[in-house]
Design a protein around this ligand. Structure first.
Ligand SMILES: C[C@@](CO)(OP(=O)(O)O)[C@H](O)COP(=O)(O)OP(=O)(O)OC[C@H]1O[C@@H](n2ccc(N)nc2=O)[C@H](O)[C@@H]1O
Ligand SMILES: Nc1ncnc2c1ncn2[C@@H]1O[C@H](COP(=O)(O)OP(=O)(O)O)[C@@H](O)[C@H]1O
Length: 279
């Protein structure tokens, strides 16, 4: 038996810098992880099977194309394994839940079967976000998601409030709705940032280029962002990935948990979580 945590992935920035001939977009993204997420457990069994539990289980029917099953099949081995996915993250929400689950499944099966991880091409085939989720720590992500560079300077401590209006946003539709696909990249050298306030000031100069098209498709995202921005101590609020989840960055864990409680009370239908940023 092996268990792995599938941490939520947050795109603090997401610049769309070009498009490949196959339609996939070139990205430049500062990616961090949060200490909220799903959990994957694997145990030897007679056949490949998946059981989904947890508060978000109802949002994700068990199907053959679940990223957890696709990740297990990427090993090529026909050994039986019983997989349990404890689902906490909202589905199709821009924080990489499916990709994080796939990465955690790969790590868990490598441990269970004493096998090396599948090669980089097989990992990328599972999804553009799976390579970054395999690293599980703050990095710069470029290419279509396969080019991952460790940060020259560690990010400062920071706390996040994540908020999702329980509206799923389809990633391909958001990319299609872009009006421009050649935005500038982030500066080549990312600066050394002393604290959360300096990180927020840097992020303020950067962008998520998918935010405008996502808001066009799901206007409630603008309400989520404004709701986070209005919380005392929120240094910056922005959408993650292709949405609809937005994050607020806080310098102080108590301010972050107070903000999460206030926002959840004001919006009982939303998914809201406070988390430490894993720098
Ligand atoms: C946008 C990002 C940013 O981190 O996050 P999410 O919103 O998914 O969390 C990712 O690039 C998403 O990664 P992932 O969700 O794994 O994407 P995939 O399954 O490979 O692709 C879904 C669809 O998104 C579009 N896509 C994805 C990645 C990319 N670099 N260019 C694209 O154009 C394509 O239309 C593709 O068919
Ligand atoms: N284990 C999984 N968890 C979440 N979504 C999954 C999973 N397996 C397949 N999917 C599908 O992948 C799509 C993207 O989901 P997800 O990774 O949660 O969002 P995003 O890519 O926006 O961060 C959804 O439409 C969902 O149906």
């Amino acid at each position: 038996m092996a268990t792995e945590f599938a941490a939520a992935k947050i795109n603090l920035t997401l610049h769309v810098t070009g498009q490949r001939a196959d339609g996939y977009h070139l990205l430049d993204s500062l990616v961090v992880f949060a200490d909220v997420g799903d959990r994957i457990s694997v145990a030897a069994g007679d056949a490949l099977s998946l059981r989904i539990t947890g508060p978000m289980a109802g949002a994700l029917p068990v199907s053959d194309d679940n990223l957890v099953l696709r990740a297990a099949r990427a090993f090529g081995a026909a050994q039986g394994v019983e997989i349990t996915l404890e689902k906490h993250l909202p589905v199709a929400s821009g924080i990489g839940g499916g990709s994080a689950d796939a990465a955690a499944t790969l790590r868990a099966l490598a441990a269970l079967w004493h096998l090396p991880l599948p090669d980089a091409a097989a990992v990328l085939k599972l999804g553009a976000d799976v390579p970054v989720c395999l690293t599980g720590r703050a990095v710069r992500m470029e290419g279509v998601g396969e080019a991952i560079t460790p940060l020259a300077h560690r990010l400062p401590a920071g706390w996040l409030v994540l908020a999702n209006p329980n509206v799923g946003v389809a990633t391909p539709a958001v990319f299609r709705a872009l009006t421009r696909r050649d935005h500038p990249a982030m500066p080549r050298e990312l600066p050394k940032l002393a604290d959360a306030a300096e990180l927020a000031a840097f992020l303020q100069m950067m962008r998520n280029d998918l935010e405008a098209p996502a808001i066009q498709l799901a206007p409630v995202i603008a309400t989520v962002k404004a709701g986070l921005s209005a919380q005392p101590g929120c240094l910056i609020a922005r959408m993650s990935g292709s949405g609809a989840t937005c994050f607020g960055l806080f310098a102080d864990p108590l301010a972050a948990s107070a903000a999460a409680r206030a926002l959840q009370a004001a919006q009982p239908g939303w998914w809201v979580a406070a988390a430490e940023m894993r720098g």
